[in-house]
Design a binder for this molecule. Structure first.
Ligand SMILES: [Zn+2]
Length: 120
């Protein structure tokens, strides 16, 4: 893992919002997740539908390792890799890098379980 990578990462909800929604940490008794703010009624307007999109912190670490490995592999070959627009999937989710700059790595995250349980 590239040191300091976590500090640059911003996760946004990949479940179709007009405005990008930054995922927020939800701590439960057993686990921690990144959840869409639109899960919470307090963050919804009347026209907003509930959004059940969530990614476990464990899964997030996995995807950062995937991206980190790609960046390091390129650096080893003397290349600077820009991952903007890069799409990839894991067993759990679908991801797209929306923006990759020296200061920021913005990743759209979508939990594939939502395909079977549409929100709303
Ligand atoms: Zn959402």
């Amino acid at each position: 893992m590239i040191s300091g990578l976590w500090n640059k990462v911003r996760l946004v909800c990949g479940n179709h919002h007009d405005e990008p929604q930054n995922l927020i940490v939800l701590q439960t008794d057993k686990d921690a997740f990144y959840v869409c703010p639109k899960y919470n009624p307090l963050n919804r307007t009347e026209s907003d539908r509930v959004c059940m999109n969530r990614i476990s912190v464990q899964e997030t670490e996995k995807i950062l390792n995937i991206l980190s490995d790609k960046i390091i592999e390129a650096e080893d070959q003397g290349q600077s890799l820009n991952l903007t627009h890069y799409r990839f999937e894991t067993r759990v989710g679908r991801y797209q890098v929306l923006r990759h700059t020296p200061d920021e790595l913005v990743i759209s995250a979508y939990n594939k379980k939502l395909d079977f349980h549409p929100a709303g």
